[in-house]
Design a binder for this molecule. Structure first.
Ligand code: AMP
Length: 113
């Protein structure tokens, strides 16, 4: 896949407010937060979108979700937080490097817009 601005964040070519990093993933604050806590968790291995993930990505995808829950807890949002993965332009995806949004610190309604 082509480089996105998220690969530039991984490579420290553009700045980000990084809250967590390990060998497999990076988490940083969303530049346009939609909630008091809004963090993106991305795999270092570039996957364009969740629909393009493969069976071999299974443990990486599990890692992203487990880390997202850990980070939400560390950020003090309690039990009320939302994880969002937008897939494709029609669903609101604007950066084509898979990312899990962690949103917390406010009330959420359902269905989402
Ligand atoms: P999505 O619309 O699901 O693809 O989410 C992309 C997210 O990336 C949006 O919430 C943007 O606000 C966020 N974003 C775009 N550029 C940056 C950046 N340089 N640093 C942090 N977050 C960004």
């Amino acid at each position: 896949m082509t480089d996105t601005l998220f690969s530039k964040i991984i490579n420290r070519e553009i700045p980000a407010d990084i809250v967590y990093e390990d060998d497999l993933c990076l988490a940083f604050r969303d530049v346009n937060p939609q909630a008091p806590v809004h963090i993106l968790v991305i795999p270092k291995q570039a996957i364009t979108k969740i629909a393009d993930a493969e069976q071999s990505d299974q443990s990486l995808l599990g890692h992203l979700l487990l880390k997202a829950a850990e980070i939400a807890k560390e950020q003090g949002v309690g039990d009320a937080f939302r994880l969002v993965v937008n897939n494709g332009t029609g669903a609101g995806q604007t950066v084509f490097h898979l990312h899990v949004h962690i949103l917390g610190g406010r009330e959420f309604s359902w269905p989402p817009g």
